[in-house]
Design a protein around this ligand. Structure first.
Ligand SMILES: *[C@@H]1O[C@H](CO)[C@@H](O)[C@H](O)[C@H]1NC(C)=O
Ligand SMILES: *[C@@H]1O[C@H](CO)[C@@H](O)[C@H](O)[C@H]1NC(C)=O
Ligand SMILES: *[C@@H]1O[C@H](CO)[C@@H](O)[C@H](O)[C@H]1NC(C)=O
Ligand SMILES: *[C@@H]1O[C@H](CO)[C@@H](O)[C@H](O)[C@H]1NC(C)=O
Ligand SMILES: *[C@@H]1O[C@H](CO)[C@@H](O)[C@H](O)[C@H]1NC(C)=O
Ligand SMILES: *[C@@H]1O[C@H](CO)[C@@H](O)[C@H](O)[C@H]1NC(C)=O
Ligand SMILES: *[C@@H]1O[C@H](CO)[C@@H](O)[C@H](O)[C@H]1NC(C)=O
Ligand SMILES: *[C@@H]1O[C@H](CO)[C@@H](O)[C@H](O)[C@H]1NC(C)=O
Ligand SMILES: *[C@@H]1O[C@H](CO)[C@@H](O)[C@H](O)[C@H]1NC(C)=O
Ligand SMILES: *[C@@H]1O[C@H](CO)[C@@H](O)[C@H](O)[C@H]1NC(C)=O
Ligand SMILES: *[C@@H]1O[C@H](CO)[C@@H](O)[C@H](O)[C@H]1NC(C)=O
Ligand SMILES: *[C@@H]1O[C@H](CO)[C@@H](O)[C@H](O)[C@H]1NC(C)=O
Length: 796
């Protein structure tokens, strides 16, 4: 008896520590009517939903301050369980009350909250809370009048959200705006409708899934004080917490209002979404402090010049776009002179891709940001006497700003036509650029040389604010205990585990065969470090001492996907024949179920789409395979090694892959003379997708099971799936027994169909990565794919 009693006491005291609702005298009921009123904060009365998921009542926010709120019953008080509050969260004291008047009015602190007088059963109106967290009284309900949070099953169509600090708004179920000015986010393709409890969000025309789709957890969509719309799930781990599972805006600097007038927002490169504001060259901080923005150092006179700011855009300004149709010639100097002539023009944007894109910034410089996704350079008007040089650089090569990228391979040309075509394109672009901008080029090169010299003399300490941290070799040596804990050998170099003095655990990658000098390396690393995505491994810093090229990444404890997928002797191989990679560690990895595999596929697709589409097209991964997909908490996939392809010697790209004997993921164009575009990544992703479904290496079956020249994994899978209609035959044997054709057929079918489209041998037939993500999500129709042909058999 005694131990039981003790346990009960412990249990109760545990509850009272973590749950607000548990208090000795708490009265809970599922409805509140006139005979119960008044309701005072000190009565410890709580209104529960029938399923107990939600509670409503006076929620304590400080001593003797309360809000009348609805909250998640099972989310601890300290973890912000509140989902709705009366009067936009304004608080009342302990002497306030909720009263239902004889006329059927619901009053809080004597002011009207809801009026049920006109409702049919106005005689005895009741305050009640539904299972979804919808508090209602007569005609009135809290779902129609949200604060800053939307719950699953709440109709998003007719509501407005206002952030708690009242600076940001979400309106028309699709637009985010700051200070009621222009929208900085517009949900595409259509407005949001509702979210379900498993994490699917319906739009009027489409849907998207959160990264933990499929789990029934407390969820909320929040318009935060950071101006971003995010979905959180409450994950009841050892360390229960709200975890971000979707967000509207990946790059926090694209949210307006982060910086004052004329200032430029820079993302922090590291652990969180924080940003900083810097002044453009020729400007200095306004006296009022960083939030007050920047002012000119020298007022403009009649004699002006332009400074080039790469990757910078001002989104709050009045912009007049001038596309090629407006001009008789597509050319830089015309764009420049248009801005020179116009006294309202503060600068202009120009793209080097031959499109003639030219846009004027008029009126004022507002909401500036730096983003590697900006395809134009901004040319800022300053007085000719201005001595500042621009330190926003990076777009140094003409070709880098045009897409798709063309990496020419050192193989003998097979198809002379396409080579000639490529050369023609490259030459045309160069010629156009040279003719249009000789004058500009000269001044640019002078500035560039100046900057380069400055950087060299300063030992490259001249980093942009918020750039990746530059580590000394000694620091990394200490962090990794003299490079003692080798955790991986990748194509780009060896990886060691380490711990920084601030206790962050890191993966330290020592690169091999990197081209270029310190300056180029730093420029690339800066770009890589600024790519933020839930499904990309974050880069925290780098080291270039002693001829070393070292990158410091966040450490992902789960290890790489191949360890989970290829865990056993191959299907069909003889018993006793050991898997070449088998080591004792792999045996302990859990088996990934179908839902997790699907989420991995989707996460990887989205992050590659981000690399290709949100960032510049030229950020090709070029080495997508299970080894480069790491699994974080909750099997959240994280891609590593992105952006590194550019650091390698181009010739190495081919020979390296050959040497390692894993060409199974390389698109056919790697061995032809076709240009390498983002579609090469799409092909590799298709292979990974098939491997996720089948649990076997694409090139391994080939070797032993079917020793035929004709055999091609995608073709084989295609036949099984769409000709023989035997999807079970290609499924991973490990979890075949979990396959339920009713529950999983659609998902598997979508994954395989998408893979087939990705694996088309002609790059132009493959969808873009953005489309691939949509195909997996199920938000676009997938037409019937053609069978991938035996075009390319890897290995010799
Ligand atoms: C009000 O609720 C109480 C229980 O909380 C119930 O006994 C009573 O009948 C209700 N009164 C009316 C008018 O519905
Ligand atoms: C009721 O509201 C008034 C004004 O809105 C406020 O001054 C007062 O403190 C509130 N009373 C309680 C008990 O909170
Ligand atoms: C509530 O509605 C009734 C009937 O429509 C009306 O007479 C009453 O004045 C309203 N109460 C308030 C506080 O507006
Ligand atoms: C909220 O609940 C009330 C009563 O249960 C219902 O009439 C109303 O339609 C609900 N509102 C929404 C937006 O679901
Ligand atoms: C959501 O609200 C809109 C506008 O009030 C309405 O047209 C739509 O039918 C509602 N949807 C659902 C599912 O209730
Ligand atoms: C908000 O808008 C008003 C009016 O348009 C403007 O005066 C004010 O400066 C803006 N505030 C910020 C922080 O941009
Ligand atoms: C989303 O849309 C699908 C089909 O259009 C529908 O079955 C489902 O109920 C909707 N979900 C929500 C939460 O409205
Ligand atoms: C709500 O309650 C039901 C039944 O008690 C439970 O199955 C479900 O998981 C709960 N949902 C949340 C989000 O807590
Ligand atoms: C983000 O990190 C910086 C330092 O890296 C820190 O100063 C700042 O407080 C952090 N911001 C948030 C919101 O955690
Ligand atoms: C440029 O062309 C666009 C669309 O063709 C037009 O809206 C705009 O007014 C033109 N601008 C000028 C300066 O002619
Ligand atoms: C600059 O921002 C505006 C507004 O968001 C956008 O329409 C435009 O495309 C951007 N310009 C470039 C070059 O990215
Ligand atoms: C550029 O230089 C200015 C003035 O020295 C500085 O405030 C700003 O942070 C620098 N910006 C970058 C991107 O390095």
């Amino acid at each position: 008896m005694a131990p039981n009693f003790l346990f009960l006491c412990l249990f109760l005291s545990f509850l009272s520590l973590t749950h607000f609702s548990i208090s000795q005298n708490t009265v809970s009921s599922t409805s509140f009517n006139a005979s119960d009123s008044p309701w005072l904060p000190n009565q410890n009365r709580i209104l529960l939903s029938p399923n107990s998921n939600f509670s409503a009542g006076f929620f304590p926010i400080s001593s003797d301050r309360y809000t009348f709120s609805v909250w998640f019953t099972n989310v601890p008080l300290k973890d912000d369980p509140v989902v709705w509050s009366a009067n936009s969260g304004s608080s009342v004291t302990g002497s306030a009350s909720i009263v239902i008047s004889s006329k059927g009015e619901l009053l809080l602190n004597n002011s009207l909250l809801a009026n049920a007088s006109s409702t049919s059963n106005s005689a005895s109106p009741v305050l009640s809370l539904s299972d979804d967290g919808n508090l209602s009284f007569g005609d009135w309900n809290s779902f129609d009048d949200p604060t800053d949070i939307v719950l699953p099953n709440q109709n998003i169509s007719a509501i407005k959200l206002l952030s708690r600090d009242k600076r940001f708004r979400f309106v028309d179920s699709r637009s985010l705006s700051f200070n009621s000015s222009s929208d900085y986010y517009y949900a595409t393709p259509s407005p949001l409708e509702s979210m379900d409890s498993l994490g699917k969000v319906n739009m009027t025309n489409g849907a998207f899934l959160t990264s933990d789709y499929g789990e029934n957890r407390p969820r909320k969509m929040v318009l935060g004080n950071d101006g971003n719309l995010k979905i959180y799930s409450f994950i009841p781990d050892q360390k229960p917490q709200w975890v971000e599972v979707w967000l509207a805006i990946w790059e926090p600097c694209k949210i307006q209002g982060k910086c004052g007038p004329s200032a430029i927002c820079l993302p922090s490169t590291g652990i969180n979404d924080s940003t900083s504001c810097v002044c453009p060259p020729g400007f200095k901080q306004n006296q009022g402090g960083p939030q007050q923005g920047c002012v000119r150092k020298t007022e403009l006179t009649n004699s002006i010049k332009f400074l080039k700011l790469d990757y910078v855009n001002y989104t709050g300004s009045n912009v007049e776009s001038m596309d090629a149709r407006n001009f008789s010639a597509r050319n830089f100097s015309i764009c420049e002179s248009k801005c020179k002539e116009n006294s309202q023009c503060l600068g202009f944007g120009y793209k080097y891709d031959g499109s003639g894109f030219c846009s004027m910034v008029l009126g004022e410089l507002r909401y500036g940001y730096w983003s590697p996704g900006t395809e134009a350079s901004l040319f800022l008007k300053v007085d000719r006497s201005e001595t500042d040089a621009s330190n926003f650089t990076g777009m140094t090569e003409v070709m880098q700003t045009s897409c798709p990228v063309r990496i020419s391979l050192p193989l003998p040309p097979k198809d002379s036509n396409s080579t000639a075509r490529n050369i023609a394109i490259i030459c045309t672009l160069f010629a156009a650029e040279l003719i249009s901008g000789v004058a500009f080029f000269w001044s640019f090169i002078k500035r560039y040389i100046k900057y380069r010299d400055m950087a060299t003399t300063l030992g490259l300490e001249f980093l942009p604010a918020g750039g990746p941290k530059r580590f000394s070799y000694a620091e990394l040596k200490t962090a990794t205990k003299d490079f003692s804990n080798l955790i991986g050998r990748g194509g780009f170099g060896d990886v060691y585990k380490g711990e920084l003095p601030d206790h962050r655990v890191v993966a330290v990658k020592c690169l091999k065969n990197v081209t270029g000098g310190d300056r180029e390396f730093w420029a690339e690393v800066t770009i890589i470090a600024r790519m933020h995505h839930l499904n990309l491994v974050r880069l925290w810093g780098f080291c270039t001492e002693k001829g070393q090229r070292i990158l410091v990444y966040e450490y992902i404890p789960g290890g790489s996907l191949d360890k989970y997928l290829f865990r056993r002797p191959r299907a069909g191989s003889k018993k006793g024949e050991a898997h070449p990679d088998s080591d004792p560690k792999t045996a302990q990895k859990p088996i990934l179920d179908w839902n997790i595999r699907y989420r991995i596929a989707l996460g990887v697709a989205r992050s590659i789409a981000y690399l290709h589409e949100e960032c510049l097209e030229w950020v090709l991964h070029c080495d997508i395979k299970p080894e480069n997909i790491l699994l974080g908490d909750d099997f959240c996939p994280k891609i590593s090694d992105f952006g590194l392809a550019k650091l390698r010697k181009k010739e190495d790209m081919v020979t390296m892959s050959r040497r390692r004997g894993t060409p199974g993921y390389m698109a056919p164009e790697w061995i032809t003379t076709d240009p390498i575009t983002s579609k090469a990544d799409v092909y590799s992703f298709g292979m990974v997708l098939l491997e996720l479904v089948s649990g076997v290496r694409n090139f391994e079956i080939q070797g032993s099971l079917l020793n035929s020249e004709e055999w091609y994994f995608p073709g084989w899978a295609f036949d099984k799936m769409f000709k023989e209609m035997k999807p079970e035959d290609i499924l991973d044997c490990e979890i075949k027994q979990l396959y339920d054709s009713r529950a999983h057929f659609n998902m598997i079918n979508r994954m395989v169909k998408t893979a087939m489209w990705c694996l088309q041998d002609r790059p132009e037939l493959r969808p873009t990565m953005g489309k691939v993500a949509k195909m997996l999500e199920g938000t676009v129709e997938i037409s019937e794919p053609k069978k991938p042909t035996v075009f390319f058999l890897g290995g010799e």
